[in-house]
Design a protein around this ligand. Structure first.
Ligand SMILES: Cc1cc2nc3c(=O)[nH]c(=O)nc-3n(C[C@H](O)[C@H](O)[C@H](O)COP(=O)(O)OP(=O)(O)OC[C@H]3O[C@@H](n4cnc5c(N)ncnc54)[C@H](O)[C@@H]3O)c2cc1C
Length: 494
């Protein structure tokens, strides 16, 4: 016997949960079912221990172009608005200072250029340039022990949302469950998706489900399902695991360092934990692994499925990893997970943020960290940073590396439009109600501290599909004038 539903969402991380919430609350689609293989929502990359808990606005991420920052900002404001509206007791998030630190003449000049000339100061009205004294007031440990003659500057904002994305995903599912026609199946693994004339049969280890449309939001596994169904031919994945180191309360908020030239993964940052400001987390590292999930050997064969072992895949990997900047970085990152040696090797990264930190002050966060599914374009043999959507007839596959948690509601808004198109516009999306529950609660101030109308036009429900539909949004760091070859694009991460 099989169950019938209008839409099936595969995967209960923040992507699947956001879509479930948006469909259930703001459309008139009758029946929607979410299927998650784990016994709880958000057990994989979305879990609070497995990512950096940052709501990325694009203000302090020095590897974002202005265009990328504009895109991410809207997504972050949707989620921040949701948190402001539904989490007044701060059970799912906390709000702290957030800054990116420039140390020395060159880095300070870069920050000033970014803020004053590249448009970031205009785009982010709450972002401020602050000097040594103010940095010290906000984050004493960042200044302590630093050579007073070294130039120091930061771009700082109060919009340092620290988010337990796992709790947010659960809240989306709980809210969706208040509506009729919503089914949630936990501990149920999807084994196969079959397309036939009447729609889709989703085969699970607990029976079959029939649906008119399917959205696969299964993290790295989305590409595996896509490939099994003949999609995503020119894509592969580079799974990049990220680990963290923990210390006692060294920081009050988030302190990012300047992005390293040409590296596609975020420079190390220090973050106060969302639920415990007595813990500061440093990371993440970037280690290549042959698995789709952290520490799960059983997903090696899943990785083999997405890798494909075609000449194009192999050549793409060789091309990407032979980059003269990326290769040594990758090797260095392999060391960080080794006992004791790893901690010693990682220490200088922490000292960039907190100079007085000693080897005994940090410990590797055991059991923390996830895997970023970085997309490889096997046609052009390069890394495509950012998210990817593969759209078929009645089926959509989402692959969401960082900042996929920050942009989950924006992605959901875009996906709702695609899903409604699958249903030949028989259903509607209530964009006004969606905006009211999300972005309209986001607090705004302009440079004078007055409220602005910045939100106008944002999240208007038109869902003009500006997402990375073809997985082709690799962007260069505009300010980066390094002359090394351009095979590895620098962009958003963690
Ligand atoms: C080290 C690190 C740091 C990061 N930091 C940040 C950050 O600070 N800010 C930010 O915005 N983003 C960050 N990210 C990225 C963010 O964590 C992801 O973009 C986000 O969690 C992706 O959510 P998801 O729902 O797409 O995937 P996941 O959270 O991986 O969820 C996918 C779900 O699909 C389920 N699934 C898979 N296969 C099946 C199947 N066969 N049947 C049923 N269910 C299945 C899985 O069990 C899982 O629950 C970070 C990522 C990493 C690894």
């Amino acid at each position: 016997m099989s169950e019938n539903t209008d839409l099936i969402i595969v995967g209960g991380g923040i992507s699947g949960a956001s879509l479930l919430y948006t469909i259930a609350k703001f459309t008139d689609v009758d029946d929607v079912t979410l299927i998650e293989k784990e016994r709880e929502i958000a057990a994989i990359n979305t879990h609070r221990t497995n990512n950096s808990q940052t709501l990325h606005f694009g203000d302090i991420e020095t590897n974002y172009t202005l265009e990328k920052a504009e895109e991410v900002k809207e997504g972050a404001e949707l989620l921040a608005g949701y948190l402001e509206g539904t989490d007044p007791d701060r059970e799912m998030h906390s709000k702290r200072s957030k800054m990116v630190l420039g140390v020395g003449d060159e880095e300070v000049a870069k920050l000033e250029e970014r803020y004053r000339e590249n448009g970031f100061g205009d785009l982010f009205s709450k972002l401020r340039e602050i000097g040594r004294e103010e940095i010290e007031e906000l984050e004493p440990k960042v200044v302590e022990g630093r050579d007073p003659s070294t130039e120091l500057k930061a771009l700082q904002t109060p919009d340092g949302y620290v988010v337990d994305y796992g709790a947010v995903a659960k809240s989306f599912v709980d809210a969706a469950r208040e509506e009729e026609g919503v089914g949630v199946h936990l501990g149920t693994a999807v084994e196969n998706v079959d397309e036939d004339r009447d729609g889709f049969t989703v085969e699970t280890d607990d029976g079959d489900f029939e649906a008119d449309a399917v959205v696969v939001a299964a993290g790295s596994h989305s590409l595996q399902f896509a490939k099994e169904m003949g999609y995503g031919e020119h894509m592969s994945l580079l799974p990049v695991a990220g680990s963290f180191f923990l210390a006692d309360d060294l920081l009050n908020g988030k302190v990012y360092t300047l992005q390293m030239k040409k590296l596609p993964f975020a420079a190390v940052h220090g973050d106060a934990d969302v639920h415990d400001d007595g813990i500061t987390r440093f990371g993440p590292t970037a280690k290549l692994v042959p698995t789709l999930e952290r520490g799960r050997i059983s997903t090696v064969s899943d990785f083999a499925d997405v890798f494909g072992f075609s000449p194009a895949s192999v050549l793409s990997y060789v091309n990407i990893l032979s980059d003269r900047i990326l290769f040594p970085y990758v090797v260095r990152n392999l060391v960080y997970d080794l006992p004791e040696v790893g901690k010693r090797a990682f220490l200088p990264n922490v000292q960039k943020v907190v100079p007085t930190v000693d080897i005994d002050d940090i410990e590797r966060a055991k059991g923390y960290g996830g895997v970023r599914p970085q997309i490889v374009d096997t046609e052009n043999k390069e890394l495509d940073m950012g998210e990817a959507k593969i759209s078929g007839d009645g089926i959509l596959f989402n692959i969401t590396p960082s900042p996929g948690a920050s942009t989950a509601l924006k992605n959901a808004m875009t996906d709702v439009q695609t899903v409604l198109d699958f249903f030949d516009a028989d259903h509607e999306f209530d964009g006004d109600a969606f905006r009211e529950a999300t972005i309209e609660n986001f607090p705004r101030v302009d440079d004078d501290g007055d409220a602005t109308e910045e939100a106008d036009g944002a999240a208007d429900g038109d869902a003009d599909d500006d997402s990375d539909a073809d997985g082709d949004d690799a962007e260069e760091d505009a300010a980066d004038d390094d002359d090394s070859d351009d095979r590895v694009p620098a962009e958003a991460d963690d």
